[in-house]
Design a protein around this ligand. Structure first.
Ligand SMILES: Cc1ncc(COP(=O)(O)O)c(C=O)c1O
Length: 469
């Protein structure tokens, strides 16, 4: 009997290889318009079905020009990694195995794989071995998971059962952080019922580091409120690291919970050259990072870690009469904010096995080196200016309006025009940001494939756009 899978999966392999092997000669940005994509992919819900292989062939044809080349080594927008070959292949297998990784009974091997990932991740990220963990969709849900544990623990200390009684009538939370925090923190705060009014932005120094005096003052203002301090291990614009060794003990003196947003920056721990930036980070109460950024797994790989495993489990575990418990195993759904879920540890496991400790360190070092080269070489081009030289893999440049009396607004407009001009060449892709009131181009290197050649091509593309005026 012929397998109903063979033809469609073999064609899919060919399509995937054609895509991946032509990344070097494909425009990095999309080339199809929104109208074209809607016209090709849309239409009425079909009444009758078609063959699986035809679905895939037509999907590939209709999506053509609409796939952003973020898998390419010439993509420097936001903080977006590619996918390592083993991680991509493991992700395919995850779909083929189709395990429900909520509990050990729904996917024994994938539950064990997650267990192993938790141990390995804590080791490479320098986190306490006893911390509990959850493999979630991304840092967004990792924030929710960690801060749900914080809510549980901080209210329990005040004799309040958050899980049973909710927040109505509970003491009001405060969330102290710097202005550099990522928007996903605010959404987590909204989802958890703290409300964005609980968020207090504190000043940072020139290097983007939260000022200890500002934190100390804010903590002292309301010493009895349940307080969460969110520190940054690599902010999105300049990769700033808060001074953990100083701030964490300070926050703990006021019984605050310290949460670390290390969506990409926590990976600096893997490199002996950058580890010093994270000194003292292991003393925090919870941490988040992503595999789908710097580890280069496919999407759906975020990680939450909590020092107080009991608080974590109390915030997440949910029993039901039909759920089978197996003695001595780790059931992911006791730690995760989902019920049914994919075996997302498999891709992480494969990435860590493909790279090993040395490979992750090398990946971090390489990306940082390429980011520095890009920023310094672009910064030397006529009409360009370095705004932030990378400390890790994030830097900023801007482009100046050539008129002698040009205003800041005109420099901002010129910067946005150059960013759009570079994207239009298809040679490289950078994203923009507003940093300290000025428009800048972010230079973010996060892809395992980025090479010296990619860097040279990207610099040449920027030079061409600048020459065209
Ligand atoms: C510093 C920081 N924190 C949190 C996030 C949110 O991560 P995710 O998109 O995986 O939810 C991002 C990036 O998107 C980030 O750069």
């Amino acid at each position: 009997m012929t397998s109903p899978f063979r033809e469609v999966l073999e064609r899919t392999l060919t399509h995937a290889l054609t895509y991946l092997e032509h990344l070097h000669d494909t425009p990095v940005g999309p080339t199809a318009s929104l109208a074209e994509l809607r016209q090709r992919l849309g239409g009425r819900l079909p009444q009758a079905g078609i063959e699986a292989a035809q679905v895939i062939d037509e999907l590939v044809a209709d999506a053509a020009g609409g796939i952003v080349g973020s898998a390419s080594g010439r993509f420097f927008g936001w903080v977006i990694g590619g996918s390592l070959p083993a991680a991509l292949a493991a992700d395919w297998l995850t779909a083929a195995w189709d395990q429900n990784a909520a509990r050990y009974t729904g996917g024994a091997a994938v539950a064990v794989i997650e267990e192993v990932c938790g141990v390995w991740l804590k080791e490479i990220l320098g986190l306490p071995a006893a911390a509990s963990f959850a493999l979630v969709t991304g840092s967004q849900m990792a924030h929710v998971t960690c801060l749900a544990a914080a809510r549980q623990a901080l209210l329990a200390r005040r004799g309040w059962d958050a899980e049973r009684d909710g927040l109505t009538g509970a003491p009001r939370f405060r969330v102290l952080t710097s202005a550099q925090h990522h928007g996903s923190l605010e959404r987590a705060i909204r989802l958890l019922g703290f409300g964005t009014r609980s968020l207090l932005e504190l000043p940072a120094d020139e290097q983007g580091r939260l000022l200890p005096t500002a934190l100390s003052q804010a903590l002292a203002e309301q010493p009895d409120s349940p307080t969460i301090v969110v520190l940054q291990a690599g902010d999105l614009n300049i990769g700033a690291f808060d001074p953990f060794a100083e701030l964490i003990p300070l926050a703990h003196r006021f019984n605050a919970w310290v949460h670390i947003d290390g969506a990409f920056g926590l990976w600096a721990q893997a490199s002996p050259s950058y580890r010093h930036l994270l000194a003292g980070v292991d003393q925090a109460d919870s941490w988040v990072t992503d595999g789908h950024k710097w580890l280069n797994t496919p999407y759906d790989c975020g990680y939450a870690f909590v020092a107080d495993a009991d608080a974590h489990r109390s915030a997440m575990a949910q029993q039901a009469s039909y759920v089978v418990h197996t003695e001595g195993v780790r059931d992911p759904s006791d730690w995760n904010p989902e019920w049914s879920r994919r075996g997302r540890g498999v891709a992480t496991y494969a990435a860590l096995r493909q790279l090993g400790r040395d490979g992750v360190a090398d990946l971090v070092d390489r990306c940082c080196r390429h980011a520095r080269t890009l920023v310094t070489r672009i910064g030397r081009l006529p009409g360009a200016e370095v705004v932030w030289e990378p400390q890790i893999n994030q830097g900023l440049v801007r482009f100046l309006d050539g008129r002698p009396d040009a205003t800041e607004t005109q420099h901002d407009l010129r910067t946005d025009a150059v960013i759009a001009g570079i994207a239009a060449t298809g040679e490289a892709f950078f994203s923009g940001t507003t940093w300290r009131g000025r428009r800048c181009m972010r230079v973010s290197v996060c892809n395992w494939q980025t090479s010296e050649h990619d860097v040279a091509r990207a610099v040449a593309a920027v030079a061409n756009v600048l020459e065209q005026g």
